[in-house]
Design a protein around this ligand. Structure first.
Ligand code: HEM
Length: 136
């Protein structure tokens, strides 16, 4: 693929589409569920993670420039505002970022693209933590 062709592709296509996104999300929640390092983050979530797997995968598909079904199903929802009600701390935001960085690194996503994706998501998570801290 030429550099020009690559530029025209959405990140969604470059990462490998919905199947790869869902694999990342499943790994993310498996890590959160199974490893003690993510205990505080896990405790914020409902016992049943199935609905979160579907919702986060749908959001990431749209965020990466793929199908926008998640936004059709959640009209007017802003992810930052939706998290402003949650008791997010620097610690739980760091846990979120670490589990997501590992889930992406364990996927088939090209490592350089994966690092950029993890950085962008970490920025979003840290923004949520900063907003929660200023609201507290
Ligand atoms: C800063 C660290 C974060 C923490 C501690 C956190 C925590 C949570 C919690 C506790 C829920 C509700 C879960 C439940 O009801 O079981 C939730 C929902 C959700 N979060 Fe996060 N989150 C974080 C960052 C993010 C980021 C960066 C994204 C987007 C990339 C995201 C996407 C979502 C989605 C899509 C939902 C479900 C919304 C819905 O279907 O109504 N979260 N989050």
């Amino acid at each position: 693929m030429t550099a020009a062709e690559q530029k025209q592709q959405a990140p969604y296509d470059l990462v490998g589409g919905a199947v790869v996104v869902r694999n990342i999300v499943d790994r993310f929640y498996d890590l959160m569920d199974q490893e003690d390092a993510y205990r505080e983050l896990r405790a914020l979530h409902a016992p049943e993670l199935g609905p979160m797997r579907v919702s986060l995968a749908g959001f990431l598909n749209a965020w990466l420039g793929g199908p926008r079904d998640w936004f059709d199903d959640h009209p007017g929802v802003c992810m930052m505002s939706a998290h402003a009600r949650l008791p997010i701390t620097g610690e739980t935001a760091d846990q979120w970022c670490d589990a997501m960085r590992r889930a992406i690194a364990d996927s088939t996503v090209d490592p350089a693209l994966g690092v950029k994706m993890a950085e962008a998501l970490s920025n979003m998570a840290q923004g949520m933590a900063a907003r929660a801290a200023s609201a507290a």
